[in-house]
Design a protein around this ligand. Structure first.
Ligand SMILES: [Zn+2]
Length: 369
């Protein structure tokens, strides 16, 4: 593929990605965007690159039938899902896959369809059965759901996110926006949810030359002790974000244990998170490979090697808590199996450290030249 091939289409994919990022439907490097270019090929965003950093040469050209690709960057790992959707839906020219909050949470309730509304219209959103991310099984499940609901432009991928299609990018974007509002309406009506989403930072800190720097000048001693314990037990942590969002506060008051309901929770946070009943139990919960520490009635500390990682954990935990509350209030839900969670968590940590290494190499290369 020459550098100028499909330049307009590639730039359009980048523009759409950045727009969805701006309106909060795409977060970090999660999700992906693709566009059909002929009967046998589509263009798709790469894996592990921030939307802000995207350039046209990072977009790969993929063969719909054998999934081979042209381009230097590794395409998104959800490429089988996009290929399957283009095959089933000949009219689809543009596809967006997101991990948007309310639609993803509605997809943890174990329902095959979400009945809701958007403005004055009734909306039915099909939910594709669960399979692990990146697998052919997930692509097959999405394809069979699209076959069954021929006129739908959007489906929820159970315990994961959404898949939105359109004859144009505008239609696919509309679908993602519409689904988020419709699913928020659903969670409000059926699960009696009334929470804002995101990160509500309170007492955060980071390490500088081995010294703890607190963001808030009058951080209480009780809180400082928690930060010291985390840094002391977890040598890999440099940033701690104290998140007191609505959903996290509710869970920190009422729950004892959280098992993952969403793939990104299993990947980034851990396979099981305990919520202590009293202050004395807090420190036993600082564990290897669990990037969250709940404090009774005081939210949770979310941590990681960089601010970005800690922030990602804080966002994914908030979403996980909205899912958890939705399932509790709905009375049932579909939890991920422990086996799948362990596998996803391990893969994520392996890939993340590989990615971190390659970034480090790039930085080192830059220093040399
Ligand atoms: Zn995904």
């Amino acid at each position: 593929m020459s550098e100028t091939a499909y330049l307009t289409e590639k730039q359009h994919i980048i523009d759409v990605s950045k727009y969805l990022y701006e309106i909060g439907l795409l977060i970090r490097t999660w999700g992906n965007v693709s566009c059909r270019v002929d009967d046998d090929h589509f263009l798709i965003t790469p894996t592990g690159i921030k939307y802000d950093d995207l350039t046209p040469e990072m977009i790969s050209l993929v063969n719909l039938h054998d999934l081979t690709y042209e381009g230097e960057y590794k395409p998104s790992s959800e490429l089988p899902v996009h290929a399957a959707a283009y095959k089933v839906r000949k009219d689809a020219e543009f596809i967006v896959h997101t991990h948007q909050v309310f639609a993803s949470c509605a997809g943890t309730l174990g329902m095959r369809k979400i009945f809701s509304y958007f403005e004055d219209d009734d909306v039915t959103i099909p939910v594709a059965p669960y399979a692990m991310p990146g697998t052919q099984k997930l692509a097959d499940n999405c394809a069979s759901t699209l076959k069954k609901f021929k006129s739908t432009n959007g489906i929820i991928m159970s315990n994961h996110g959404t898949l939105c299609l359109g004859r144009t990018s505008k239609e696919a974007i509309f679908e993602a926006v519409m689904m988020e509002t419709a699913c928020n309406n659903f969670l409000t009506d059926v699960c009696k949810m009334d929470v804002t989403q995101g990160v509500e930072e309170m007492f955060s800190s980071h390490l500088e030359n081995g010294k703890i720097i607190y963001d808030v000048a009058d951080t209480p001693e009780r809180v400082k002790t928690i930060h010291k314990q985390i840094y002391g037990k977890r040598a890999d942590v440099n940033y701690i974000i104290h998140n007191k969002s609505d959903a996290i506060m509710t869970v920190s008051r009422r729950a004892n244990n959280m098992r993952p309901l969403l793939d990104d929770f299993a990947q980034l946070i851990g396979t099981s998170v305990k919520i202590p009943n009293n202050e004395g139990e807090i420190y036993n919960n600082i564990k290897k490979n669990v990037n969250v520490l709940f404090v009774p009635n005081d939210g949770a500390y979310c941590f990681g090697p960089s601010y970005e990682e800690a922030e990602a954990v804080a966002m994914v935990l908030d979403k996980g808590c909205i899912a958890y509350m939705s399932v509790m209030r709905n009375g049932e839900g579909h939890y991920l199996s422990m086996f799948d969670c362990i596998k996803m968590n391990r893969n994520y940590r392996k890939n993340y450290s590989k990615l971190a290494d390659s970034v480090r190499e790039l930085v080192d290369d830059d220093k040399e030249t």
